[in-house]
Design a protein around this ligand. Structure first.
Ligand code: KIV
Ligand code: ZN
Length: 519
């Protein structure tokens, strides 16, 4: 029997971004897409083009950058969404539109208020219209897990006839058990008999997303939808790293299958996502958690010393987790050592990004004695994903923050101008953000503020993530700031969010004038 490839469809940038607090700016999404391509995913769901101008922009840019993976946009089964999706992925070398409509009785009756016949007609229209843009069309029966199998067959016949090439059967609410998913997938793959690829998309509400995906493979699914670190709506989606490593480590069971994933890129990809979203995998998370390869008890350590296989079913190196203590960087390290270290951590930077990161590394090395791998990862990720620097922080001065009224003086560069303002606030952070508001003329509403330490030690880097709404009509924007000083990291994060907002506003105006030219 020949070995079959299981396509890995990554939806970190779409379903993953739907995790609370996981929104990303365009630059961040581009860097993630580039890393996903390096990881070897077959399809990158880059976003939901019609959801917002920011999503549209990010998908279009990813479409221009990524060449080896198929770039896909989600679209509801409505013309407006499909048109946006088609336009956003237009420049991709390999492109797909993923359209969906709910097929379960509860969704059709209460959410869509449509009859099953109307749903089929809408689905067929969506696929036919998508064909005006692409040949590769995925159709999802949303809430397939709770849909009637007879209806799934009927709608699949109709959309395959209309041109759908992949039929996705999502367990949208994470309700099903492995044997039930297996049965649904087996029935549908026997029924469709190779007319379309059968795909699954399992949510993790009962912690079964990965188990359900593996059972689906054994029953005929040839595409799995998943996310890095298991990000996603509510309890998340099936985790890519767990699925891929289960298929590999249990090659005895999955001997007829392979994926195109380069497993050595799993750890670097997981760290990139955690650094960008600020969402750390739980320490005991399989494969990529901080403790996934830690052996704490004496008995285990003894066993490991005698033979690693006593307690290790896979080596950390297989997922690209390399403990490299041979190259310790400090303030005397040169550019070559820096480049070498970054390469070992999985970063390949072009000259401009390397120079900018090296400058930041030098500044950090002057203040921080030991620079850990995690510091470098955070620093380089932060540098690579910065929005255009419309406002740039020069300095920050704080007064009276132990007693009395906290106040701050902020100096910022905008184009060739240096702007200085001062303000008081309820607390120090409030004073800083109010001062930045004064300078920029915005009145940002802070919706979330998170601070974490990147590595260990009193001189650890602080990583601050803020979520700010600069305009009541637009979604809030995420900003990240990194500095040894938490207040400076906070100011940078706020300015980062402002810069992202302004870049997006600029892009909105551009799209508006582009479309008025064509009318
Ligand atoms: O969970 C789900 O059903 C989805 C679809 C849009 C594929 O995310
Ligand atoms: Zn989903």
């Amino acid at each position: 029997m020949s070995i079959e490839t299981i396509k890995i469809f990554d939806t970190t940038l779409r379903d993953g971004e739907q995790s609370p607090g996981a929104s990303m700016n365009t630059e961040e999404k581009i860097q993630i897409a580039i890393q996903l391509e390096k990881l070897g995913v077959d399809i990158i769901e880059a976003g939901f083009a019609a959801a917002s101008p920011g999503d549209f922009e990010a998908i279009s840019k990813i479409a221009e950058r990524v060449t080896n993976s198929t770039v896909c946009s989600l679209a509801r089964a409505v013309d407006r969404d499909i048109k946006s999706a088609g336009e956003a992925i237009a420049k991709a070398k390999l492109k797909r539109i993923h359209t969906f409509i709910a097929t379960s009785p509860i969704h059709m009756e209460h959410k869509l208020k449509m009859t099953p016949d109307e749903v089929i007609r809408r689905a067929v229209r969506a696929v036919e219209y998508a064909r005006e843009f692409v040949e590769d069309i995925e159709f999802s029966c949303e809430d397939a897990g709770r849909s009637d199998i007879g209806f799934l067959k009927e709608i699949s016949d109709a959309v395959i006839e209309a041109g759908a090439t992949t039929i996705n059967l999502p367990d949208t609410v994470g309700f099903r058990l492995p044997f039930e998913i297996g049965e649904m997938v087996r029935t549908m793959s026997e029924y469709t008999k190779g007319r379309a690829i059968i795909s699954v998309h399992n949510h993790n509400d009962l912690g079964l997303g990965v188990a359900n995906s593996l059972e689906a493979v054994l029953n005929g699914a040839r595409q799995i939808e998943c996310t890095i670190n298991g990000l996603g709506e509510r309890a998340g989606n099936a985790a890519l790293e767990e699925i891929v490593m289960a298929l590999k480590v249990r090659g005895d069971v999955f001997k007829d299958f392979k994926t195109n994933i380069n497993t050595k890129e799993i750890y670097p990809t997981s760290r990139l996502i955690a650094n960008i979203t600020g969402i750390e995998p739980q320490p005991n998370k399989a494969i990529v958690g901080k403790n996934a390869f830690a052996h704490e008890s004496g008995i285990h350590q003894d066993g490991m010393l005698k033979n690693r296989e006593t307690y290790e079913i896979m080596s950390p190196e297989t997922i690209g987790l390399v403990k490299d203590d041979t190259l310790v960087l400090g303030k005397h390290s040169g550019r070559a050592a820096f480049r070498d270290k970054l390469a070992k951590l999985g970063f390949t930077l072009e000259d401009e990004a390397l120079n900018a990161s090296f400058e930041r590394f030098k500044i950090l090395a002057d203040r921080k004695k030991e620079i850990y791998d995690d510091d470098l990862r955070a620093l380089v990720t932060n540098e690579m994903t910065k929005a255009t620097q419309i406002y740039e922080l020069i300095s920050l001065q704080l007064m009276d923050f132990s007693e009395g009224t906290p106040s701050s003086v902020v100096k910022i560069r905008k184009d060739d101008e240096v702007l200085v303002e001062a303000s008081i606030g309820e607390g120090t952070i409030d004073a800083i953000f109010k001062t930045i508001d004064r300078i920029s003329g915005f009145n940002g509403k802070l919706q979330d503020y998170k601070v974490k330490s990147v590595s260990q030690g009193k001189d650890a880097l602080a990583s601050v993530t803020v979520k700010v709404a600069f305009n009541d009509k637009e979604p809030a924007i995420i900003g990240h700031g990194l500095h040894i000083d938490t207040m400076l990291a906070s100011a940078r994060a706020y300015i980062g969010a402002l810069n992202s907002y302004l870049s997006m506003e600029g892009m909105l105006k551009k799209r508006h004038s582009d479309s008025s030219q064509t009318i």
